[in-house]
Design a protein around this ligand. Structure first.
Ligand code: FAD
Length: 287
């Protein structure tokens, strides 16, 4: 099933993101606990992140996508970054994905690390989209940034680059996390004006830890609105209250997005199924 087809049948689409568990945190086996907890939400698809280091021996994204498809009967989407991969590496990874029946890829550049010199085959995600598209075996999605990608000089050039990614073959976009829906709506309008007419899912991250969210927001250039910062400061030393407040904030964002005809909601689960369950229970009647 092509991810893009989902949007023809149903709106909003509800999807989830998981990451491969770290080896020192129980290894790949612990993903079963996460997926057992997520399956009852009945997501339209689950995406699996990819380590940006370009380590071909690490097949965890492919293995977890295979588990999602073949054990849980849920549509998987494999993230794949190109900054540290050669064309030959991409050939091997896509062949692995094809061999386990994964046909949807979220094609990404990946962050450029000062410690790992980039390989030179792909400069931008759009180059990867074009390369995978030629193979003819995959439906391709891409990332987008409501508050502009941190490497971009301005939002106009970022949107024009996004248009190139869509023209190269990305049929669906998933947004970076954001905490102010107005940023997403302004971005969506600009995308339409630029001629981007593929479905755009809103990336929502429930906040459960102050330092973690501040770190992530700095890394990806997301701003923290006053309402969020008051909540983080008020409950930082009360983990249960912060979790409840973070869930309430995410639910509030999602309700507003649904009311504003969002194409889809993509929940960054952080491999915490009970939080995703509470959020989806709160919006059950809106699906
Ligand atoms: P690009 O689309 O290449 O954009 C990066 C920058 O280059 C932008 O400033 C853009 O405007 C500019 N640009 C793009 N095309 C051109 C062009 N043709 N000419 C000039 N400039 C151009 N990282 C991981 O390592 N693993 C993951 O699994 C992962 N999953 C993600 C999932 C989502 C939904 C999102 C939003 C991000 C994810 N990331 C992941 C992070 C991502 O790799 C970084 O944000 C990275 O810095 C940019 O990736 P991109 O695919 O958006 O790059």
């Amino acid at each position: 099933m092509k991810i893009s087809k989902l949007f023809e049948a149903k709106r909003p689409v509800f999807s989830l993101e998981v990451f491969p568990p770290k080896k020192n945190a129980g290894g790949i086996e612990t993903i079963y606990e996460t997926l057992d907890g997520l399956k009852d939400i009945k997501p339209d698809f689950i995406s699996v992140t990819y380590g940006a280091g370009g380590n071909l021996a690490d097949r965890s994204t492919c293995d977890i996508c295979s588990i999602i498809k073949n054990k849980y009967n849920i549509l998987p989407i494999a993230h794949l970054t190109c900054v540290n991969n050669t064309k030959q590496d991409i050939d091997i990874i896509t062949q692995d994905l094809k061999s386990v029946g994964v046909s949807n890829i979220l094609a990404l550049r990946g962050d450029i690390s000062p410690d790992i010199p980039p390989k030179n085959d792909f400069a931008h995600a759009s180059d990867l989209v074009e390369y995978i598209k030629q193979k003819g075996d995959f439906t391709i999605s891409g990332a987008c940034y409501p508050e502009t990608h941190p490497d971009s000089e301005d939002s106009v050039s970022d949107i024009l680059n996004l248009k190139k990614k869509v023209d190269s073959g990305a049929e669906h976009l998933i947004s970076q996390l954001f905490f102010n829906n107005e940023d997403f709506y302004a971005f969506r309008e600009k995308a339409v004006l630029a001629g981007i007419n593929v479905p755009i899912e809103a990336g929502i991250m429930p906040v459960t830890n102050k330092n973690q969210v501040l770190r992530m927001a700095t890394m990806c250039g997301a701003s923290i609105p006053r309402k969020m910062s008051r909540l983080l400061n008020r409950f930082e030393n009360n983990p249960k209250a912060l979790e409840d407040a973070g869930i309430a904030y995410a639910v509030d964002q999602i309700v507003d997005l649904i009311a504003n005809d969002v194409d889809g909601i993509h929940l960054y689960t952080m491999n915490k199924p009970y939080i995703a369950q509470r959020i989806f229970a709160a919006i059950e009647s809106m699906r």
